[in-house]
Design a protein around this ligand. Structure first.
Ligand code: 6PG
Length: 465
């Protein structure tokens, strides 16, 4: 392992726990010492330089990298290359951009070496006790490290949350979309928090109770679970609830934005993920928001209805929003799989997302079943089971969206989820007017319902009726 930050160290200890003999290297000697100290009696070696690390490995070698995406990955590969031989394997387990992964694979292939691009999700705890692992690259290269990865991964009902996903950058692409969905779900949950806090005036204790209760039902999942726990945490300094001491500005490393960028390029609508990225960016306009709040005031409105009923509707709206967000991400994977030749099996993707990763949730079981029922399912909403489930919750989503609009609370995640649902189930859309306008102002032509081909009209020259 190169890179002994918490993720690298924990992942290595996880492998050692399962009886694999491993070694780790980091530029920072303190991190090597921390690894060796924590390893105790396990078969873990620390290497003081990269040459020693490589020399300690059995041939053909497998070297995993857990370093920040971008230039650090290239720098480590450059450092490793002089010491590696034909047939050696590098495993990039960071959040690399998929196009970088493809480029690095070509570069290494030219030197008879292999690269696996492996998404790892689950944070520090996951790395230590079982993450979800999303590997991509040459199948035979994966086979070499399969026992380690599938043993170290989270296990659900005896099945590992790791499987070979496809060639090239398939693993890193799937991890990127995992993170895009993660952004979407976090935005939806944050909006429910806003509605409960500013709309209904719930206390932190009540917020804790709501999410804890939701986590016992159909909404069960890691992000809902930790939302509940967050509201009960006290600040060690002030003794107040920690959540109320945290700045309302959400930064990002960028994987959600990459998902939106790729979706735009592939012309796949993922509006809830886009909204989540935009809302993080809007949160960063802290002083502007404050000025705008003063310049554009609107009287706060209290929710006039039954709070208990609204809370139930809110949970059901969130469930619909969550399924719709998974549907957007999975539709993007369907398109990317075709475009980039990944040959993804989405029931496998849903299966390895059931445990270990940040977006793990009970609903991934029916999502997996949907893709098992129909391999080429174009959109999750077309699955009879999940489609029926969304439609059974849609009225609640509408009520919540209308309520947030009336109260003046921002809920672009929930609104975009509803807009996507209504847009997707619209056999007719007003896009004919957009075609007509394009042709009117720019002679871009339009297609007709009643004839094939491209048509243009001299709009201004048409006689007035
Ligand atoms: C995971 C997380 C992990 C990381 C995110 C944070 O799956 O374990 O997604 O990859 O915490 O990259 O992303 P942002 O900094 O962009 O929110």
């Amino acid at each position: 392992m190169v890179g002994l930050g918490v993720m690298g160290r924990n992942f290595l200890l996880n492998m050692a726990d399962h009886g694999f003999s491993v070694a780790g290297y980091d530029k920072d000697a303190a991190k090597i010492a921390a690894l060796v100290c924590e390893a105790g009696q396990r078969e873990v070696r620390g290497a003081a330089d990269i040459k020693i690390l490589v020399a300690s490995l059995r041939r053909p070698r497998a070297v995993m990298l857990l370093v920040p995406a971008g230039a650090p990955v290239d720098a480590v590969i450059e450092d490793l290359l002089p010491h590696l031989d034909n047939g050696d394997l590098i495993i990039d387990a960071g959040n690399s951009h998929f196009t970088d992964t493809d480029a690095r694979m070509h570069k290494l292939a030219a030197r008879n070496m292999r690269l696996l691009g492996v998404g790892v999700s689950g944070g520090e705890e996951g790395a230590r006790h079982g993450p979800s692992i999303m590997p991509g690259g040459a199948k035979d290269a994966y086979e070499r490290v399969r026992p380690v990865l599938e043993t170290a991964a989270a296990q659900i009902n005896g099945e590992p949350c790791a499987t070979w996903l496809g060639p090239g950058s398939a693993g890193h692409y799937v991890k990127m979309v995992h993170n895009g969905i993660e952004y979407g779900l976090m935005q939806l949950i944050a909006e429910t928090y806003d509605i409960m806090k500013r709309g209904l005036g719930l206390s932190d204790d009540e917020l804790h109770d709501s999410y804890a209760e939701w986590n016992r039902g159909e909404l069960a999942g890691y992000l809902v679970e930790i939302a509940g726990k967050i509201f009960s945490e006290r600040d060690a300094e002030t003794g107040r609830r920690l959540i109320d001491e945290i700045l309302d500005v959400a930064i990002q490393k960028g994987t959600g934005m990459w998902t939106s960028e790729s979706a735009l390029e592939l012309k796949v609508p993922v509006p809830t993920i886009d909204a989540a990225v935009s809302m993080r960016n809007l949160s960063m306009l802290e002083s502007e928001r404050e000025a705008a709040g003063a310049a554009l005031p609107r009287r706060a409105r209290a929710f006039p209805g039954d709070r208990g009923v609204l809370l139930q509707q809110l949970a059901r709206a969130l469930f619909a929003g969550m399924i719709i967000t998974y549907a957007q991400g999975l539709a993007l994977l369907t398109a990317a799989s075709k475009k980039y030749g990944y040959g993804l099996n989405l029931s496998d993707v849903a299966r390895i997302w059931r445990g270990g990763c940040i977006i793990r949730a009970a609903v991934l079981e029916p999502i997996r079943a949907a893709y098992l029922r129909q391999f080429g399912l174009p959109n999750l909403l077309l699955d009879p089971d999940l489609g029926t489930s969304v439609m059974a919750h849609q009225e609640d989503l509408r009520i919540i969206v209308a309520t947030t609009a009336q109260l003046g609370l921002p809920a672009p995640g929930l609104m975009s989820a509803l807009g996507y649902l209504d847009g997707y189930r619209s056999a007719w859309l007003p896009a004919n007017l957009i075609q007509a306008q394009r042709d009117y102002f720019g002679a871009h032509t339009y297609e007709r319902i009643d004839a094939k081909g491209s048509f243009h009209t001299e709009w201004e020259k048409q006689p007035e009726p």
